[in-house]
Design a binder for this molecule. Structure first.
Ligand SMILES: NC(=O)c1ccc[n+]([C@@H]2O[C@H](COP(=O)([O-])OP(=O)(O)OC[C@H]3O[C@@H](n4cnc5c(N)ncnc54)[C@H](O)[C@@H]3O)[C@@H](O)[C@H]2O)c1
Length: 441
């Protein structure tokens, strides 16, 4: 393919060199004439293992030309890759000056070029930037329509400096957010030879995933370092602890617990996080990451409460009470906390949980309800039908198949607030009912 790469920094120059190596014809564009001169002499403008050899081979084969000629680059290319910088400003906000400028320059050239091209943003952009900045500027300056006259994609880059060529060839995944299928298909062609998963999605999801990835990586580093400091203060080797931790690929290093839903609870997680952070305080070890976990969890419960409040209705039905599906354990259930807050605010609440029906409860849980939460025990009903009859707002707090089935036939007019993505259990492909809201989707 004929490809133009705008911005010959770490991402742009590695992409350009690898694409040329793979047989594409690449024009690299940068306003920085020092970089352009370097590349014309087959020298790398950045330090990156193996890059100078790739550039040398690509320039010698005539498949990579560096230039500052935007008109020729757009006229001669089918795919226009934008790799300009998106630096952070002092307050953390993103500086889109370079993106605005290059998109305007590309738009001006699109206005005078015939044929269909795809503008692919590889720079990291916050969700919504494509819709609110990139597409409007391209449409304004090209006097065309995205999705009709040209395609627009965002294709975030996951390479790491120092291993950039290896990472380019072995990405963890390739994500293409596309304005339309024609554009997506053209960009997918660039990556056909890679063995990584190739995912096409909408523009905003592709923008967001890059930030979530990097935040997760940063969280992992900070978490491991806090574990190290805490371990050392307790006479344990944190390196050994984290090696052991990483051998668990079922619950620790896996997709377990990584789905937005309701707050955590139960008899272990809150208690153990509390004990560890308390021990840190005793030992004068600050652990802001671990220390913020319970506060974040509380905020999530408060968020559910504010959603119920925003419904403007007073008759609420809570489906599920135990801290997760498949158990009757009520200790430190965040749903019990939510129920108590609703009662405290005077809502007319009824609760149904197929695992926690008072009549059939024995032993510890019966004793727990009668002694610790009798105020909730009194609001429990024996059938979901009774609850649905009463409630104007139904809050689903357990992803059980029974609830999912029931809610498919929800009478019209009832509002549904889903804390657990109950639809995933029943019919992920079926449209949710009217007046449906997820807690975080
Ligand atoms: N560096 C990385 O490891 C890495 C990894 C993944 C994603 N990213 C993201 O990729 C983007 C680029 O990062 P980078 O580190 O390569 O940036 P960089 O600062 O190294 O390079 C950006 C280049 O864009 C050029 N440029 C500026 N305005 C231009 C214009 N109008 N036309 C053409 N070129 C122009 C600059 O002269 C510079 O050479 C950023 O959004 C960054 O967040 C970077």
């Amino acid at each position: 393919m004929k490809i133009a790469v705008f911005g010959l920094g770490y991402v742009g120059v590695v992409s350009a060199a690898c694409l040329a190596r793979d047989g594409h014809n690449v024009i690299g564009i940068d306003p920085n004439t020092v970089k352009v001169d370097f590349l014309r002499q087959a020298k790398s403008p950045i330090v990156e293992p193996g890059l100078e050899q790739l550039i040398g081979a690509a320039v010698a084969a005539g498949r990579f030309v560096a230039s500052s000629d935007y008109a020729a680059a757009v006229a001669q290319s089918e795919i226009l890759l934008v790799c300009v910088g998106t630096p952070g400003q002092a307050n953390g906000s993103l500086d889109l000056t370079y993106v605005r400028r290059v998109v305007q320059q590309i738009g001006e050239q699109l206005a005078t070029s015939d044929g269909y091209r795809v503008v692919v943003i590889r720079s990291t952009l916050l969700p919504g930037s494509m819709q609110s900045v990139v597409i409007p500027l391209l449409e304004e300056f090209s006097r065309g329509k995205a999705g009709r006259d040209f395609g627009v994609c965002i294709n975030p880059e996951f390479l790491r400096e120092g291993t950039a060529i290896y990472d380019y060839d072995h990405p963890p995944k390739t994500v293409i957010g596309a304005s339309d299928e024609r554009a997506a298909a053209l960009v997918r062609g660039l990556y056909a030879a890679l063995s990584a998963p190739l995912i096409t999605t909408d523009l905003r999801t592709a923008e967001m995933v890059k930030y979530v990835d990097n935040s997760w990586h940063a969280l992992k580093v900070a978490f491991a370092n806090e574990v190290g400091r805490l371990s050392k203060a307790m006479g344990v080797d944190g390196r050994h602890v984290m090696r052991l931790f990483c051998t668990d690929t079922k619950l620790n290093v896996s997709s377990a617990y990584l789905r937005p839903g309701f707050a955590f609870g139960g008899s272990c997680l809150p208690k153990d996080v509390r004990a560890l952070t308390y021990q840190g305080r005793l030992l004068d070890v600050d652990t802001p990451v671990l220390g913020s976990i319970l506060a974040s969890n509380q905020l999530h419960i408060a968020h559910a409460l504010s959603m119920i409040h925003a419904s403007g209705r007073r008759r609420i039905g809570l489906l599920g009470l135990s801290f997760k599906e498949g158990t009757d354990d009520l200790r430190e259930s965040p749903i019990v906390t939510l129920a108590e807050q609703l009662i405290g605010k005077g809502y007319e609440l009824l609760v149904y949980d197929q695992n926690v029906r008072l009549a059939s409860l024995l032993g510890a849980n019966r004793e727990y309800i009668l002694n610790h939460i009798p105020h909730i025990g009194r609001l429990m009903v024996d059938s979901a039908a009774e609850l649905l009859e009463h409630a104007e707002v139904i809050v689903v707090a357990s992803a059980s198949a029974e609830f999912a089935e029931l809610l498919r036939q929800l009478p019209p007019g009832k509002q549904l607030i889903d804390l657990v993505d109950v639809w995933r259990v029943a019919a992920p492909e079926a449209p949710p009912p009217e007046h449906y809201q997820g807690i975080a989707w």
